[in-house]
Design a protein around this ligand. Sequence first.
Ligand SMILES: [Zn+2]
Length: 181
Amino acid sequence: MKGNTEEIDRYIFHGIHGPYETRRQERVLYLGSLRERVLKALTREQVREPWVYQEIIRAAHSKKAKKIIVSGDIARKHYKKYEELARQAGLRLKLSSSGRYKGDTGLVVLADQAVENNTIAVPGRMESYRGMNIPLPLSGGKKRKVCAKCYHRINRLAPELIGYYRRLRFFDKLLGERCEC
Ligand SMILES: [Zn+2]
């Protein structure tokens, strides 16, 4: 009899606190949003990488996309490129209140309503770019100048990055600029 009461108590406790706790944790994970609204998410580290992830570009331009939220403790120089993306896609970009959401999430693209269960996380690209042995893009939006050989190599191995580079010109070389390779 006593056991039963405990069971019921536990049941009621979870009934009251369970879903609430889950939602609270979800909001911590996704910068104040519920998972059901998240189209794609990046980690803080991924936001700080110089390139804009293709998955985020696609999500931002999808019809369901409503806004982008960036973790408030990330420096503007790192998320400026996503401001630009938001502008191009006609979305609002908001900062989450700094330090409030302690999770690993750095950015989310949100839909205006609940979406079908999709894959939210974006696979990191740093490892694979490093493995390609190419000079990495510069952060801060400036194009990296590379030699013709590297330019072709990047275009072949990571064409999505080519916009972050330009070829060294004769004049650059005269000024002593060189490719990192
Ligand atoms: Zn080179």
